[in-house]
Design a protein. Structure first.
Length: 255
């Protein structure tokens, strides 16, 4: 595993853990499981070569229906894992995000925009979390749990922001900064305000402001909709993060 991939995975797991999580022991595997939203399950530690991985996932489904099992390249067991959980009729559709990184000395998109004088990035306080989650839920079209975000803010590495245009909330972002690495998470512009360049201007402001604070590497996980934007700023593809929702009616170990 290369160094950037290790850093990206560590940043992602640290964020999930900050929402609130627990460890569960399985057959040669220690699972990490969030207490609630964002409903993630992942391999926290692999103690030995696991067997019959599909059955292990099925057992988790009984306890955590609706959660998503997230995976990436897991070395020598990758082929075995993918083969077992992608059997026809045994899984929900696999979705993926593209993990990307930007070395800040390669940051290449610095064009000034007159609109940038009308935008602002404002920190979210604990008292503002419910409002931020309301907008975030609209931005991603799924419910974001205020309790989980409130927990995340207790970690000094996490910061949550409103994105303002002309003084009005038009989006948001969660930034995780540790050492000289910045993870960009939950970055959104409200649906009705998309298509006018605001995402580009806000991303430029996020990168420019934090680049002056000793950040040398920025990382994120992009949907297919956002990849083109990030590439304009110099982000490059690193690896894919896969997600499969655990559906009890599909994953039935008794069949």
């Amino acid at each position: 595993m290369n160094n950037i991939k290790f850093i990206a995975i560590r940043d992602m797991l640290k964020l999930w853990q900050s929402y609130g999580y627990r460890k569960v022991q399985g057959n040669g595997v220690e699972w990490g499981i969030t207490n609630g939203w964002p409903f993630k399950i992942w391999i926290n530690r692999k103690e030995k070569c696991f067997q019959d991985f599909a059955a292990e996932i099925a057992n988790l489904t009984i306890q955590y229906p609706g959660f998503s099992f997230c995976f990436w390249d897991v070395g020598e067991n990758s082929c075995q894992l993918v083969e077992q959980i992608t059997k026809p009729g045994m899984h929900s559709p696999i979705t993926s995000l593209q993990s990307m990184h930007l070395r800040m000395d390669y940051f290449s998109y610095r064009t000034e925009d007159p609109v940038s004088t009308k935008i602002n990035i404002v920190p979210v306080r604990q008292s503002d979390v419910e409002l931020w989650c309301h907008y975030c839920s609209l931005g991603f079209n799924y419910n974001v749990d205020p309790e989980a975000v409130s927990n995340a803010l207790k970690d000094i590495s996490n910061r949550v922001y409103f994105l303002l245009f002309n003084g009005n909330v038009c989006g948001g972002v969660l930034i995780r900064k540790e050492y000289n690495v910045m993870g960009i998470h939950q970055f959104f512009v409200l649906p009705e305000l998309r298509g006018n360049g605001l995402a580009r201007i806000f991303l430029q402001k996020i990168l420019t402001e934090d680049a002056s604070q000793d950040v040398t590497l920025s990382i994120l996980q992009a949907s297919s909709m956002g990849i083109g934007l990030y590439k304009k700023f110099g982000f490059v593809n690193d690896f894919e993060l896969y997600s499969i929702k655990l559906l009890k009616e599909i994953w039935d170990p008794c069949e």
